[in-house]
Design a protein. Structure first.
Lengths: 115, 114
């Protein structure tokens, strides 16, 4: 079955540092890929997405590129802020089913940004 | 536009009790799904629905029932609660289509079974 593997946390960085959170996936078809963010005590918010190989998703200074050859979708940001502290989830959906059967998530990466 | 609304936000149950977690969306989304979030496990799919009257099991369906009588509502029922069902539960919804739009999530229900 489909699976998503992302780097374990917590990841602790200083403000203005460069961020990379690694995500790799296993899927039988050609999935769509997502990054969700969860702030303390809240639900998940869609951060960015990519639906086919070489697509780049971007939002709020975050970027991720769909790499079919390495089955990866790493999240990056050039200069993190304290407000970026949250848990980040990489996820995929099966395009063959049009995304009907929900999402497969990684275990999440807790990001802590220190001033 | 309320999005996805989950009630209650918090609940404590005794082992063996039953309850229903409510989920409603006002976006006319065809797809809805339930997840549980446990520490170190990410989110795991419990049940999902592709439209009114159609439901199917996800990765961890045991101990949970669902039904979908309307497009808007997708309740999750715990028939006989167990401590292993202590978790945070999220409901999500999405449009139908070949290009997934991503799912919209509710704010969650934190359930404790004692």
């Amino acid at each position: 079955g489909d699976s998503v593997t992302q780097m374990e946390g917590p990841v602790t960085l200083s403000e203005e540092a460069f961020l990379t959170i690694n995500c790799t996936y296993t899927a039988t078809g050609y999935p769509s890929l997502f990054w969700y963010v969860q702030y303390p005590g809240e639900g998940l918010q869609l951060l960015l997405k990519a639906t086919k190989a070489d697509d780049k998703g971007s939002n709020k200074g975050f970027e991720a590129t769909y790499r079919k050859e390495t089955t990866s979708f790493h999240l990056e940001k050039g200069s993190v802020q304290v407000s970026d502290s949250a848990v980040y989830f990489c996820a995929l959906s099966d395009n063959a089913g049009g995304g009907a059967d929900g999402l497969t998530f990684g275990k999440g990466t807790h990001l802590i940004i220190q001033p | 536009n309320a999005g996805v609304t989950q009630t209650p936000k918090f609940q404590v149950l005794k082992t063996g009790q039953s309850m229903t977690l409510q989920c409603a969306q006002d976006m006319n989304h065809e797809y809805m799904s339930w997840y549980r979030q446990d520490p170190g496990m990410g989110l795991r799919l419990i049940h999902y629905s592709v439209g009114a009257g159609i439901t199917d099991q996800g990765e961890v369906p045991n101990g949970y029932n669902v039904s979908r009588s309307t497009t808007e509502d997708f309740p999750l029922r715990l028939l006989s609660a167990a401590p292993s069902q202590t978790s945070v539960y999220f409901c999500a919804s999405s449009y139908r289509g070949t290009g997934p739009f991503g799912y919209t999530f509710g704010s969650g229900t934190r359930l404790t079974v004692v």
